[in-house]
Design a protein around this ligand. Structure first.
Ligand code: DAH
Length: 370
């Protein structure tokens, strides 16, 4: 017994004295390792008589447990001390300025699209989409363009090389082909949950997207964006069109009482057709909407031509409606005052940083549109 007590006292002393994990591990091996002192005692139990074992067994096991517990406790203490030392040595200086983070921003055109979609959603429109590469039927023929219309010429429109059948696809010159796709796709399923399916009338859709024309000056770029609108029902008339556009303008420019005017115009796909202008003042070098005595053209519109309805399989004696097409970039320019439309697509990050919008401020009617 005294031997055991001496051994225990000696081991516990050395455990206490171990100043680092490696020294402690050496003590553990000497006591509990394969050929350690306590392991040898445990082995000796096998050659004892049962009576002897009854006495020695609990004593040796108790010794082993106490020494193992002392080693575990010492190990925890050494580990904690090591962690404290690491933390103390590697202290973070929170007063240092953080390295600058580059954050992207939303392009004004995309912001304006979101604003427009939010307003039209409020008015009960859903979003429909179509391809940028169109065929002649959807871009021109179904929309009642006569065969020799100037838009069908190479100097106005980007055509792709003819395919194996001799068909020349076109980069769509407007978003109006989506009207045709929506009306003709009567029973097609929606391509995504947030996109309107093709549908039989009544129809109330808008179609935002990229459009292409051979044009480049301060107010035109070869690629630009439009939002098309289409409403078809039994008794839709010009009054509904005018109310819808006036309502939109008031919401978009966040101003009541903006004077608008409808000028007669011509589009092959509407009859009658009009362009709507908003009252503005450009005298101070910047455009101010809703004041002054000048006009800025803002949207083409009209009552859908009966030929277009017929081309899309809708009976023009039973259904009628209106359509409109906004230039998104142009509207953004009027609202946010960019001088030259071409800068919008020059990919100059300084321009974007100046005119861009926070990605965290998605326009919606509740929190504000701009
Ligand atoms: N597609 C016309 C354009 O690009 C815009 C437009 C005018 C669309 C009248 C319409 C509309 O739907 O009714 O100039």
């Amino acid at each position: 017994m005294t031997d055991h007590a001496d051994l225990e006292a000696d081991l516990l002393d050395r455990v206490r004295a171990a100043a680092e994990p490696a020294a402690l591990e050496a003590v553990r091996l000497e006591a509990l390792g394969k050929s350690g002192a306590i392991s040898a005692l445990l082995k000796s139990l096998g050659s004892m008589s049962p009576d002897e074992r009854r006495v020695q067994g609990p004593a040796i096991n108790g010794l082993r447990d106490r020494v193992a517990a002392a080693i575990a406790a010492r190990k925890a203490a050494l580990d904690a001390a090591e962690l404290d030392a690491t933390l103390a040595a590697g202290r973070l200086d929170l007063s240092l300025p953080a390295p600058p983070r580059r954050r992207g921003c939303v392009h004004p055109t995309m912001q304006v699209m979101e604003e427009m979609i939010a307003i039209f959603a409020e008015l009960g429109f859903s979003v429909a989409e179509g391809p940028d590469i169109e065929d002649d039927f959807h871009n021109f023929t179904a929309l009642n363009f006569p065969p020799r219309h100037p838009a069908r010429e190479l100097h106005d429109t980007f055509f792709l090389s003819p395919d194996a059948n001799g068909e020349r696809k076109v980069l769509r010159t407007h978003t109006s082909p989506v009207q045709v796709r929506t009306m003709r796709r009567t029973n097609a399923p929606a391509p995504a949950p947030w996109i309107a399916a093709g549908q039989a009338p009544p129809i109330r859709i808008i179609s935002p997207g990229r459009t292409y024309r051979m044009d480049s000056d301060a107010t035109h770029t070869p690629m630009f964006h439009q939002i098309e609108g289409l409403v078809i029902d039994r008794a839709i008339h010009m009054g509904h069109l005018k109310w819808t556009l006036d309502r939109f303008i008031a919401r978009f420019f966040e101003l009541d009482g903006i004077v608008t005017r409808f000028r007669p115009h011509h589009f092959p796909f509407t009859e009658p057709s009009a362009e709507m202008d908003v009252q503005c003042d450009t005298s101070g070098g910047e455009v101010k909407i809703g004041q002054g005595h000048e006009w800025s053209e803002i949207v083409g519109c009209g009552m859908v031509h009966p030929n277009v309805l017929t081309n899309c399989g809708i009976d023009p004696d039973a259904w009628q409606g209106f359509a409109f097409g906004f230039g998104v970039d142009r509207l953004g320019r009027l609202k946010y005052g960019m001088p030259d439309l071409r800068d919008m697509f020059a990919s100059d990050t300084r321009w974007l940083a100046h005119y861009g919008f926070s990605p965290f401020a998605t326009p919606n009617p509740a929190s504000g549109l701009s």
